[in-house]
Design a protein around this ligand. Structure first.
Ligand code: COA
Length: 329
């Protein structure tokens, strides 16, 4: 028994934040942002709505598309670093909104690798036969933790959600085949939100020092991301006795066009084999991969039986790759 992706959907807010608008907010310019990152615009959810709003909308698209009653869902995993609240989990809010009355669920913090971590985790519940329908959602409202006075970070991130439904299959031509995941906490200080957790709870001082926003040492993260993502993607292909020509699509985490490009070169892939949408959405953290995969599916870029490689790198550091055969028509 294997776990296959049997449904996919995404949600992006309508409001766009363009490079030109950012030029009015910080000392930056459109050309710098495009050449250094590949980003042209990102989506912003706005006040009054949390990550769960996007997660629910992405999940609903799957349930409606497949005409599945919400009470058939066994488990909901929400990968996010921007939960609606610290307690309860965003999964609880999603469960309530979907009225998924027969499930359990939890949030998973794997930062930008969160969706891969969640997909790997969910696949185990299917493979053991314990569950039949698992919703895996990657969703982040990055605009809620970004300092729009910090040009190092505010140009990079956006808000979005993507979701997949996992179900069992006996068909060897479709399903999750392998994953390689890593965690190295020595990366902690290079990409973090310094305050607001149990170590440094919110105080007047933490707020005054802007410590509730995402901090990033971009250069260090960039270096680790290039090697981490490229190595682990190349490794999963060779470990499964495949060649780069066997891969129909490489769907990487969208953090920086140059990181993706380096991984693509190292894997020996052509431009047609890689999905890139960072220009439209920026880095949406846990949402990038399911969002890119959902758009690729809508564009009919893959068909059943095609080999697909997913790869990510993020805070922690976390990184990894996942190999699957596409199962959806
Ligand atoms: N506009 C204009 N100039 C900017 C800028 C901006 N938005 N942000 C930074 N700069 C400046 C820097 O201050 C620096 O100036 P200095 O040389 O006078 O100090 C210069 O541009 C070069 O900065 P640098 O950090 O070397 O740029 P870079 O090529 O490394 O690109 C990032 C910066 C953030 C785009 C890049 O490091 C990156 O993408 N890092 C990893 C991002 C990532 O993957 N994050 C999440 C992991 S999931």
């Amino acid at each position: 028994m294997q776990a296959m992706i049997s449904g996919i959907g995404h949600y992006v807010p309508e409001k766009k934040l363009t490079n030109q608008e950012l030029e009015q907010m910080v000392d930056t310019n459109n050309e710098w942002i495009i050449t250094r990152t590949g980003i042209k615009e990102r989506r912003i959810l706005g006040e009054g709505k949390g990550t769960s709003f996007m997660a629910v909308n992405a999940a609903r698209r799957i349930l409606e598309q497949k005409q599945i009653p919400a009470d058939e869902i066994d488990l909901i995993i929400v990968a996010t670093v921007t939960p609606d609240m610290t307690v309860p989990s965003t999964a609880a809010v999603v469960q309530k909104e979907l009225n998924a009355t027969n499930c359990w669920g939890f949030d998973l913090n794997g930062a930008c690798s969160g969706f891969l971590y969640a997909l790997a985790t969910a696949s185990q519940f299917i493979e053991t036969g314990k569950h039949k329908k698992v919703l895996v959602i990657g969703a982040d409202k990055m605009s809620s933790i970004i300092d729009y006075k910090d040009r190092n970070t505010c140009i990079l991130f956006g808000d979005a959600a993507g979701a997949v439904l996992l179900e069992p299959t006996e068909n060897d031509d479709g399903g999750i085949k392998d994953f390689i995941l890593h965690l190295d906490g020595r990366g902690e200080k290079y990409l973090c939100i310094p305050a607001g957790g149990s170590l440094r709870p919110a105080s007047n001082e933490t707020v005054a020092n802007r410590m509730h926003y995402l901090y990033q040492d971009g250069k260090t993260v960039f270096k680790h991301a290039v090697t981490g993502m490229a190595d682990v993607s190349a490794k999963i292909i060779t470990a499964n006795k495949l060649n780069s020509e066997d891969i129909k699509l490489f769907i990487p985490h969208q953090a920086n066009y140059r990181i993706i490009d380096a991984a693509v070169r190292k894997m020996g892939l052509s431009d047609e084999q890689v999905v890139i949408n960072i220009d439209k959405y920026g880095n949406t953290t846990a949402a990038t991969i399911p969002l890119a995969m959902s758009e690729a599916y809508q564009k009919k870029l893959m068909k059943p039986g095609d080999w697909v490689v997913l790869a990510a790198f993020g805070a922690g550091f976390t990184w990894g790759s996942l190999l699957l055969r596409w199962a959806l028509d």
